[in-house]
Design a protein around this ligand. Structure first.
Ligand SMILES: C[S@@+](CC[C@H](N)C(=O)[O-])C[C@H]1O[C@@H](n2cnc3c(N)ncnc32)[C@H](O)[C@@H]1O
Length: 247
């Protein structure tokens, strides 16, 4: 089931107030880590899954991509993305990731930032991405970390004084749908184990080239003490991989 939460006006507005929405890539806590795992975009044909405002599409184009396709389920997010650019190399398409249809080997790089945890079928997605990538093509994605998604509620456990005592992790091996509270609203996300992410890639012919659980950099901790909370549990997982000939 595809849930188009980002077209809900109040959710869209709340998302627009997030630091990452106001400041772009530099306002995203994991950008320093994701950037390290991105390939050289020069001359590459790029696909961004769940592109949102299109920050990563523009980054790819600014760094030499010959064409960039950004797809998203939300028309509001795509309108916003379009408003930021007139670059003729970037094309936005209102399509669900589940309904991806492109010719084989149509892209050299597939990237996705924080969208794949909205998808029920990771295995099916990896199979499709393998087909639409050229040989040695790169697939890089970030998702919410399995430790973050396992319990479901996506909130701390508090003591009677309102202090955050710990992050709950439970039902880790029970993969699937979770009803999370995000930006004050119930949002459907999908929990998967690390095993599923890693072996999903390996079993479909990808070689894993990078694996990061991003944490705040020193200067972020110095600038804003709120980042310290992000040292208590992993929130995101970033994996880069390369398409190889299947054994
Ligand atoms: C957290 S936002 C991330 C946006 C962008 N990738 C970024 O990092 O700035 C998640 C995006 O995924 C999109 N999305 C969620 N489920 C989707 C689906 N099934 N197909 C396509 N896009 C989807 C949402 O509409 C939203 O724009």
């Amino acid at each position: 089931m595809k849930e188009n939460k980002y077209d809900d006006p109040s959710f869209f507005e709340a998302y627009g107030n997030m630091t990452r929405s106001r400041k772009g890539l530099d306002g995203a806590g994991e950008w320093h880590a994701l950037k390290q795992l991105l390939p050289n975009f020069k001359g590459k044909r790029v696909l961004d899954l769940g592109c949102g405002y299109g920050w990563h599409c523009r980054y790819a184009a600014e760094n030499g991509a010959v064409s960039v396709v950004g797809i998203d389920l939300s028309t509001k997010m795509l309108e916003k993305a379009q408003s930021f650019t007139t670059d003729h190399r970037i094309h936005y398409q209102n399509t669900a990731i589940e309904d991806l249809e492109f010719s084989p080997e149509r892209f050299d790089v597939v990237l996705s930032s924080l969208a794949i945890h909205y998808l029920a079928d990771f295995d099916g997605l990896v199979k499709k991405i393998y087909q639409l990538l050229s040989l040695r093509g790169v697939f890089v994605f970030s998702v919410e970390h399995p430790v973050f998604t396992a319990y479901g509620s996506q909130d701390w456990i508090y003591d009677s004084k309102g202090n955050k005592t710990h992050w709950p992790v439970d039902n880790y091996f029970n993969e699937g749908k979770r009803k999370a509270i995000f930006l004050g609203q119930e949002v459907i996300k999908y929990h998967r184990t690390l095993d599923t992410y890693v072996n999903g890639l390996l079993s479909h012919g990808f070689t894993i080239t990078g694996f990061v659980e991003p944490s705040p950099e020193e200067h972020m901790l110095a600038q804003d003490p709120d980042w310290k909370e992000e040292l208590r549990r992993p929130m995101m997982l970033i994996i880069s991989s390369t398409k190889n000939v299947k054994a």
